[in-house]
Ligand binder design. Structure first.
Ligand SMILES: [Zn+2]
Length: 285
């Protein structure tokens, strides 16, 4: 059985310079995962239903790239060299090594442990196995996303990228906000470095006007996908949007609840507002 790696929803080319991506909503489990815990437990790292929540917004002419592989199998929102040496046979990684510090909590490029510290594997991973995951999942995900952003930027002169995620309602053990309840939305622009701060403020104000409580860069500033492909001075803007899971799902059962449809409708309104903001900005030029 072959699992799907990446799916692209919406138009072949963005009608407005806006691209969405969902790196953590995949749940096609590759046959070679060979984990020691259940698929249900492995879905702990999943940003459940994020691709579905944004799917209606693609009808506005906005493409959405969605990873189909699970985040616990490989996290595309990490540098490809962010390899956890504790996972590797012999503890030695012969390729570029770019540790982010996430190995400390078992959540580097390939997750080592679950939130309760249970190990995901009862074995070490061979270097070749990790390289294969990078080549089959990380490399094509980054290549497809950067192609979409480059093509849109070349054709329309600017590009806005929304990196779509969801987060647990309360900070987990080992996180900076351990046991603290989170805002309903957290916007991350790596402290004003991945997009025009005016754009972050526009998204914040639009969500606040819908009645949501919105935090900026706390506890999430945005990670690799907004860092790697943004360059605001070259009119390439990336913003990470984290949605609190309590708004649309039951975290214990991983099932959606009655909040799903109203949130989905509001996300479509948000994307519509962003589209209008970008069109107005293009007219000002
Ligand atoms: Zn995520």
């Amino acid at each position: 059985m072959t699992s799907r790696i990446i799916v692209r929803h919406g138009p072949a080319a963005a009608a407005v310079p806006l691209v969405l991506d969902s790196p953590h909503s995949g749940r096609d489990f590759p046959a070679d995962f060979d984990a020691a815990v259940s698929e249900f437990d492995l879905r702990e790292g999943e940003d459940c239903f994020i691709d579905e929540l944004y799917a209606p917004a693609t009808e506005l002419g906005v493409p959405l790239l969605a990873a189909q592989f699970p985040r616990t199998y490989l996290d595309p929102n990490r540098h490809r060299g962010d390899v956890d040496l504790e996972l590797i046979e012999g503890g030695h990684w012969p390729h570029e090594h770019v540790p982010s510090g996430k190995s400390r909590i078992g959540k580097a490029l390939i997750w080592r442990t679950l939130d309760d510290n249970r190990p995901i594997y009862s074995r070490k991973l061979a270097v070749g196995e990790v390289v294969s995951r990078i080549e089959r999942c990380h490399a094509p995900y980054h290549a497809r996303l950067s192609e979409m952003l480059d093509e849109t930027h070349a054709r329309l002169g600017t590009v806005y990228h929304i990196n779509c995620h969801s987060m647990p309602a309360v900070g987990k053990q080992g996180e900076t906000d351990e046991r603290r309840p989170r805002a309903e939305f957290v916007l991350g622009d790596r402290d004003g470095t991945t997009c025009d701060p005016e754009f972050t403020e526009f998204v914040r104000a639009t969500l606040a006007a819908m009645g949501y409580q919105v935090a900026l860069n706390d506890p999430y500033k945005g990670v690799e996908l907004v860092r790697a492909w943004s360059d605001p001075r070259a009119r390439r803007h990336s913003l990470q949007v984290e949605i609190n899971k309590k708004l649309y799902m039951n975290e214990a059962t991983r099932e959606r609840h009655e909040g799903f449809a109203p949130l989905q409708a509001n996300l479509t309104r948000l994307v519509e507002a962003i589209r209008d903001y970008i069109e107005a900005e293009l007219r000002r030029d």
